[in-house]
Design a protein. Structure first.
Length: 265
């Protein structure tokens, strides 16, 4: 990306980006790429020391400001704390990246784990968009990226709650694309395929065809912002999304995903 395109990106989505879930994996990659594009950063994750290391690395390489907030996004007060701490900053973009992933059959999963996934994956993006979008609307510009997954395109036995929350994010992102687009804000929901991250390694770690690096996924998503409501990074993932989401009978798609999840976990 050339200097002029970075400048345009900063003008449209700056001066600050909030990345929710930024201490590792795709979230840390978002933070680094946004800084490379000249945006100041507000980073949220639970592990303050790990987040501070990410921030330190970014400050060493880019001339941007980075603020860190050690918050649990499952806490209903997280959004109010973040709003108070960041009051006065021109938050021009929101990347809601954090997710909680209960693995295993629903009936064998603690209700506390399910509540955590609903709080982080469903209430979190709603509350953060509700808090940040009014400022973007006033300015008539801004960007919102919600991280979903190919797992959100059909039910997935073995990670039923997670897949359902990712389906929620697809509809949330598409609805917001319609509501906020007419007020000058670009919204995109990313249906990512498997990406090698600490979270993916905890889940399975297996290499799958067409896997992209976190850095590549993030660059592609940010480049696609403003080009439509839903984005699937990578050709292989795009073909998979067509098959699983549109062409195959639902029962076949659910069966394939369920077998795959059982094999991976
Ligand atoms: N990796 C993949 O294969 C893949 C595929 C499709 C979609 N996605 C989506 O992409 C996003 C990122 O995935 P990832 O693999 O990069 O995840 P990851 O490696 O597990 O990282 C998740 C990030 O979110 C933070 N986080 C998690 N729970 C949090 C909470 N309660 N409060 C605050 N921060 C929290 C974590 O930091 P702390 O632990 O420090 O809080 C970490 O920085 C997720 O939405 C996921 O659904 C990933």
């Amino acid at each position: 990306m050339g200097a002029a395109r970075y400048e345009a990106f900063r003008g449209r989505y700056g001066a600050w980006a909030l990345v929710a879930g930024a201490s590792e994996g795709l979230g840390a990659a978002f933070a680094k790429e946004l800084a490379r594009r000249g945006l100041n950063l507000a980073l949220i994750a639970r592990r303050g020391e790990v987040l501070a290391q990410v921030a330190e690395g970014i400050r060493a390489e880019q001339d941007v400001e980075v603020r860190c907030l050690a918050l649990d996004l499952a806490d209903p007060k997280a959004v109010a704390t973040a709003s108070d701490t960041l009051a006065g900053l021109e938050l021009g973009s929101l990347i809601y990246n954090a997710a909680s992933v209960p693995v295993g059959p629903l009936l064998e999963t603690d209700l506390a784990e399910i509540d955590q996934a609903v709080a982080v994956n469903v209430r979190g993006p709603l509350a953060f968009v509700r808090a940040l979008a009014p400022g973007m609307c006033e300015r008539g510009r801004g960007g919102v990226v919600l991280m979903s997954s190919l797992a959100g395109l059909q039910g997935v036995p073995g990670i039923t709650t997670y897949a359902a929350t990712k389906a929620f994010n697809i509809n949330l992102g598409e609805g917001l694309w319609g509501e906020l687009g007419e007020r000058g804000i670009d919204v995109s929901v990313c249906c990512s395929g498997a990406v090698p991250t600490p979270g993916y390694d905890r889940f399975s770690g297996q290499k799958v065809p067409g896997m992209l690096s976190a850095e590549d996924v993030v660059r592609r998503i940010l480049d696609a912002l403003g080009r439509g409501p839903r984005f699937v990074p990578g050709l292989t993932n795009g073909i998979l999304a067509q098959f699983m989401g549109r062409l195959l009978p639902r029962r076949t798609a659910i069966g394939i995903m369920g077998r795959n999840t059982r094999r991976l976990t």
